[in-house]
Design a protein around this ligand. Structure first.
Ligand SMILES: Nc1ncnc2c1ncn2[C@@H]1O[C@H](COP(=O)(O)OP(=O)(O)OP(=O)(O)O)[C@@H](O)[C@H]1O
Length: 235
């Protein structure tokens, strides 16, 4: 779905991504994991077309030249939903559809059912919803235009453990049922293990190891991989 060749990003004098190359396979879930500041969100923002990198980024087999067209095929979810506070949940969800002149009212109902959002919750403002409900609204909004790809930046990190476990199940089901390609950023190794077909561990803007969770355990490419796994286990 994505092919990245020597993608790098600097913010002024800060190097956020060193040349990174990777593939994101269609229909699979890739998880980006690594310590704070390692470049995970920057890489996701590059895939969302929100940051322009050096290097070559291809989507669906061709280098991206028209982000307008590509962005419609991508749903982007950030921590706490990233909702507009002055719009109700339903208005947030329908914003893009209205801009494009699409009547998607029925799809809201379908997706609300899939994410266990209730009617009265859809008519509330974000401040009147719990963190888990806001996150669900963010997920429904991202799914409205039926994107091929879901980009998820720490979608579960603001939630209490019970809600987090429930939403993790729902999200995994949604990704599987709707056959989406997903790229998910997390700090949590257990989340990474739960969601990933493939894992990418980053440090200092570079990829340390890429593979399955089993590869990371059985064949760590660098002492940092073992250190990272052990540190997470202790918690
Ligand atoms: N808009 C920005 N302006 C300047 N520097 C930035 C900006 N965004 C990120 N950075 C820097 O780029 C580097 C990578 O940041 P990024 O947010 O991609 O890391 P991350 O792995 O997602 O971190 P976290 O897990 O804490 O969210 C960091 O050094 C960060 O301080």
């Amino acid at each position: 779905m994505y092919s990245l060749q020597n993608i790098s990003v600097s913010y002024g004098t800060t190097i956020a991504l060193r040349p990174v190359s990777m593939e994101v396979e269609p229909g699979k879930t890739l998880v980006l994991i690594g310590p704070s500041g390692s470049g995970k969100s920057t890489l996701l923002r590059v895939m969302a077309g929100l940051v322009t990198p050096e290097g070559v980024l291809a989507f669906g087999g061709a280098p991206v030249t028209d982000w307008q067209r590509v962005r419609r095929r991508i749903g982007y979810v950030i921590q706490d939903g990233g909702l507009f506070p002055h719009l109700t949940a339903r208005e947030n969800i329908l914003l893009m559809s209205r801009e494009l002149g699409l009547d998607n009212a029925a799809r809201v109902e379908e997706l609300a059912a899939l994410t266990h959002l209730q009617q009265d919750q859809l008519d509330r403002y974000p401040a009147e919803l719990s963190g888990g409900q806001r996150q669900r609204v963010g997920i429904v909004r991202a799914l409205m235009l039926d994107p091929d790809v879901l980009l998820l930046d720490e979608p579960l990190s603001a939630l209490d453990p019970v809600i987090r476990a429930g939403l993790a199940d729902e999200l995994k089901n949604i990704i599987g049922t709707l056959k989406k390609t997903a790229v998910l950023v997390t700090h949590s190794l257990s989340e990474a293990r739960f969601f990933s077909d493939r894992l990418v561990l980053m440090r200092g803007g570079a990829v340390v190891q890429e593979g399955s969770y089993a590869d990371f355990e059985a064949r760590p490419a660098d002492p940092f991989v073992t250190e990272f796994i052990d540190a997470e286990r202790k918690l």
